[in-house]
Ligand binder design. Structure first.
Ligand code: AMO
Length: 427
């Protein structure tokens, strides 16, 4: 018999059905018993007559059931299954180390991640990555409609693209190579190749020493790059519309997940844009917070978000025109010491960096030198700017951070399937 998904059982009321899934819970009573079965689409209560022996049926075993779908209100659905036959197709060998069928797993993040496969069987934890899927589909859909081409850049590279020392070295047939920190050079090279608009969703690597709630050593970057822009505002406009599209998609397709995870989906009207210098003034005047640096610290990010919420009723705020000193060598300068750059802060944390890039060959050479980098080491990237490259720019959204903040989680590890950090290499 053909398998039917639990979420579609309602269409088969009165009919003979066949389902497969995991035993979520068993309740054996005197004359009748109940087995809750779970598949990828949902859960259903199955009613079992006392003639069928359930004594060896353990939670989380894999079963298949033939029966009849029937109307019947219960805590899960308006229907249930009257069981004719139940077969165990894979039996649980030992008691699970965590109780996955609870409403909320009451365990530490360590235990949750150590038992990742099992913790994902929990309905709420499972839903996190379903939400992620909808958002990623939204990202792809919006950009495809806007005529962007999806690309895949190499993850083994000869030079770090973001400067700094946070690169993982590897031995590449006797030569030194690195794990890619971002697709930055390659997405710009695709502009030069004539695609004009490209995007990539990929895993990138940062040898971050710090063990914080916002840093991973492998993270997922949602990158875009586009040409023939006016300035950095054209790029922020795209990000604003992209986010609106992604949230609308979540509202339309993820209603069940929004309820289950109690997601507060942001309403985006216009995302305020504030220059870095102005942000410093706001922090000082409104919160007595002084920053003697070229970047906001985490408290600064939290306070500027608070300001955006109170002043503009916005969960997002763009901070623009960072000092040249703070931004990477490929960033287009602006005025005396600024840049055509921006960060996007969402509910207290940076989720995006972006900006216009230098597309003038000589200016790019000077910028690399000013950062103490040898342009010769980046020849395959820099040389393309000799051959006609339009004004362009882009941004990257860190997927794990974005999802964590959307769902109200305090740690990016909660929205990473298998996090890689200084202390974690398995599972
Ligand atoms: P940046 O280095 O700011 O910019 O990274 C972009 C976004 O990626 C996320 N992110 C991280 N998430 C988790 N763990 C990490 N270690 C980590 N590092 C970065 C953040 C961050 O905002 N090439 C530029 C982007 C561009 O200009 O297009 C870049 O990589 O959410």
């Amino acid at each position: 018999m053909k398998r039917i998904m639990i979420s579609r059982l309602e269409e088969s009321i009165g009919e003979k059905i066949f389902i497969q899934g995991w035993v979520h819970r068993v309740r054996i009573l005197k004359n009748i018993s109940f087995v809750i079965v779970r598949d990828r689409s949902g859960m259903v209560q199955c009613v079992v007559d006392k003639d069928i022996d359930l004594n060896n049926l353990t939670n989380e075993s894999v079963v298949e059931i033939t029966g009849v779908a029937k109307e019947g209100k219960n805590s899960l659905n308006n229907f249930e299954v009257i069981v004719k036959e139940i077969n165990v197709i894979n039996k649980v060998e030992e008691i699970l180390p965590i109780e996955v069928n609870k409403n909320s797993l009451d365990i530490s993040l360590e235990t949750l991640l150590n038992n990742r496969v099992l913790s994902l069987r929990n309905e709420k934890n499972n839903a996190i990555f379903k939400v992620q899927h909808i958002l990623l589909q939204g990202f792809r859909e919006f950009l495809s409609k806007e005529d962007f081409t999806e690309i895949f850049s190499p993850k083994i590279v000869a030079e770090g693209a973001e400067g700094g020392t946070s690169v993982f070295k590897l031995n590449y047939f006797g030569k030194e190579a690195y794990l890619s920190q971002s697709p930055q050079f390659y997405k710009q090279m695709m502009i030069a190749a004539g695609y004009e608009r490209v995007f990539e969703i990929g895993n990138f690597f940062r040898a971050e020493e710090h063990d914080t709630r916002r840093h991973l050593n492998q993270f997922t970057s949602m990158d875009i790059e586009l040409a023939f822009i006016e300035d950095e505002n054209s790029i922020m406009d795209i990000e604003e519309n992209l986010l609106k599209y992604m949230f609308n998609k979540l509202i339309n397709e993820g209603e069940g997940y929004i309820k289950l995870l109690n997601i507060d989906v942001p309403q985006i009207n216009i995302i305020p844009r504030v220059e870095f210098k102005e942000a410093l003034k706001i922090l000082k005047e409104n919160y007595g917070k002084s920053i003697n640096d070229i970047d906001l610290d985490s408290e600064g990010e939290e306070l500027i978000s608070k300001y955006a919420k109170e002043r503009f009723n916005s969960d997002f705020i763009f901070i623009t025109n960072y000092y040249r000193e703070k931004r990477p060598m490929y960033t287009m300068p602006k005025g005396k010491d600024g840049t055509k750059s921006f960060d996007l802060i969402f509910r207290g944390m940076e989720i995006t960096s972006g900006g216009q890039r230098i597309n003038d060959y000589s200016m790019l050479i000077e910028s690399f030198k000013a950062k103490g980098l040898n342009p010769e080491d980046f020849k395959s990237y820099i040389d393309i700017f000799k051959y006609g490259v339009p004004p362009h720019g882009g941004f990257a959204i860190g997927l794990e951070r974005f999802l964590a903040l959307l769902l109200g989680f305090g740690n990016v590890r909660e929205t990473t399937l298998f996090p890689r950090d200084k202390n974690r290499l398995v599972p």
